[in-house]
Ligand binder design. Structure first.
Ligand SMILES: [Ca+2]
Length: 161
C-alpha cells in the first residue's frame, strides 16, 4: 500500500496498491475504492468500484491497443456480462490516438443514447467533444467582393487551415 496526497485535495490522502509488474490494482480515497485488472500485454481490461454496484467493467481492445468497447456485468440476476456494450469507440486511420467518436448507453437498456465526436489538436489530444456532427458540415457562402471562403456550422466561423 502506498499513501500519497490527492492532487486535487493535498490536505487529504489516497491509497494505491500496485502488483509485481508495477500496475495499479487498487486505488482508494474517501469517496470510494477502485480495483483494476490487466491482461498479459499490460492493457487494463477490467475496472470495478464500490460505487456502481460492485460490478466489473470489461474493456476490449484491437491490436493497436485502441479500446473498441466496454461492457458491464449485471448487478442483479441473471448475473454475468451484458450482451450489449455500454460504450463504443470509433477510431480513425491517421494515428493510433485518432479517436473519431464515443457512443454510450446512458440508460443501460442496450440502446445507444449518446454520441460524442472528438475534436483533437495537432498532437491528437482530445480537446473538445461535440454532441452532433451536423455542425461540422461544410458549406460555402459568398461574401461581397472577397474571395469565396469556407464556413462550417451555424456560427459561420471560417475553417482553420
Ligand atoms: Ca440506452
Amino acid at each position: 500500500m502506498c499513501a500519497m496526497p490527492r492532487i486535487a485535495d493535498p490536505q487529504n490522502y489516497c491509497g494505491a496498491i500496485y502488483d509485481a509488474w508495477n500496475r495499479l490494482v487498487q486505488y482508494g480515497d474517501a469517496s470510494g475504492t477502485w480495483y483494476y485488472r490487466y491482461d498479459g500485454l499490460n492493457r487494463r481490461v477490467g475496472k470495478k468500484s464500490n460505487l456502481d454496484g460492485a460490478t466489473w467493467r470489461h474493456y476490449y481492445y484491437n491490436d493497436q491497443w485502441q479500446c473498441l468497447e466496454e461492457r458491464t456485468e449485471n448487478p442483479v440476476p441473471p448475473y454475468g456480462l451484458r450482451a450489449y456494450p455500454s460504450h463504443r469507440y470509433v477510431w480513425g486511420l491517421r494515428y493510433v490516438d485518432d479517436l473519431i467518436l464515443r457512443q454510450r448507453d446512458v440508460t443501460s437498456d442496450g440502446t445507444i443514447d449518446e454520441t460524442l465526436y472528438a475534436l483533437q489538436d495537432a498532437n491528437f489530444n482530445v480537446v473538445a467533444r461535440r454532441r452532433y456532427c451536423r455542425t461540422l458540415r461544410l458549406r460555402r457562402l459568398r461574401q461581397g467582393k472577397r474571395p469565396q471562403r469556407q464556413f462550417h456550422g451555424q456560427r459561420q466561423r471560417p475553417l482553420q487551415r
